[in-house]
Unconditional design. Structure first.
Lengths: 179, 179
DNA sequence: TTACCCATGTAATAAGTTACATGATTTG
DNA sequence: CAAATCATGTAACTTATTACATGGGTAA
């Protein structure tokens, strides 16, 4: 039940249409909770039906017409409630790790290339995050209003840095490297 | 499509019944791909139907009777195929990070306690992993047959260590800490 | 013999993915 | 006006979660 709350957060930061939300997800909240435009439209419909948000232009819902949404007080209350709520940390669910376990049984063919490919991807993502940090959280304005957003970005940076390091180590230690 | 391959890997390591698989998932493969017994039974049924595995006791499938499965050569081939296959790294999807973003908008009530709770959980998981490492991968037998399994465990250790550090930093920097 | 655990399963729901459909607006 | 793009949606399918059902064995 996280997607509706991710959407409420995004809409509180700035009222938007479905497609605008999709774009913003692709480069912000979606780093930690990806969603396609189909999911977002479906969820916007539900949030509107439950009175958490409303469309700004009350004109007839014509297909192909942009529809902006804003959060109502009920939506804000629901988001505050959810924010204080607790849950267990999410498990990892990374298929690459399963592939390593499988490779221990059926052989490591193709594994080195796959690890290398992931390393490249994670390095690129890490660079993206660091660029965002340089741009949005410059050192001279350290820790102002947006301490929380910065903490979230730091999590992304830390996770990518971990993967980069682990992949490099694991590639190094792979049997095929030592004939 | 990872669960069937996780099950094939587990069954190759050791033929098991559904409930035994569930138990083993809870303390091994399931760290990186959790599954409930319902998921596992369903998937075992599919794998049997598609000829990848077979039940050992061919007696009538009586409800409540233990049923052991083993992997057939088709299943091993399928697992090898999948292992060499590639896919994109999984996104993070951690609701706690969404809560931080939400808290930046609706307030940080309850957030510190939740971060503290996660810190405790991640510390415990890290300790569990380190204990497993001490037990299963002692330094004197460094890097033998099970280099790959060790790499997977190292990933778990690295991820938990990251969360412990990030949570400690973030709790420290939380506004409510400085009145 | 009741209660508990082992073991396998069904059903319903929610969430996520993939493919496709449709209208409006801009641009060559 | 044809093609591309913006924008909103439907439909079908797969995966994951939650709750419940059923039967067998064992021990208080």
């Amino acid at each position: 039940m996280s997607l509706p709350h991710a959407i409420l957060t995004a809409l509180l930061e700035k009222p938007s249409s479905g497609l605008e939300l999709t774009r913003r997800f692709d480069k912000s909240i979606g780093f930690f909770w990806p969603a396609t435009h189909q999911q977002i439209y479906r969820e916007l419909g539900r949030l509107e039906a439950s009175g958490h948000i409303r469309a700004l232009q009350p004109s007839g819902p014509v297909r192909g017409q942009k529809k902006e949404y804003e959060v109502l007080s009920e939506g804000r209350a629901e988001l505050a409630r959810w924010t204080a709520e607790g849950d267990a940390p999410r498990a990892v669910r990374e298929p690459l790790l399963l592939r390593l376990r499988a490779a221990a049984v059926v052989g490591t063919d193709g594994l080195a290339a796959e690890l290398q490919r992931h390393l490249t991807l994670h390095r690129a993502q890490l660079d993206d995050y660091l660029e965002i940090e340089r741009h949005d959280f410059p050192v001279e304005a350290a820790d102002g209003e947006n301490r929380l957003q910065h903490a979230v970005l730091r999590a992304g940076i830390g996770l990518e840095a971990f993967w980069v390091q682990w992949l490099a180590e694991t590639i190094e230690a792979l049997p095929s490297d030592r004939p």
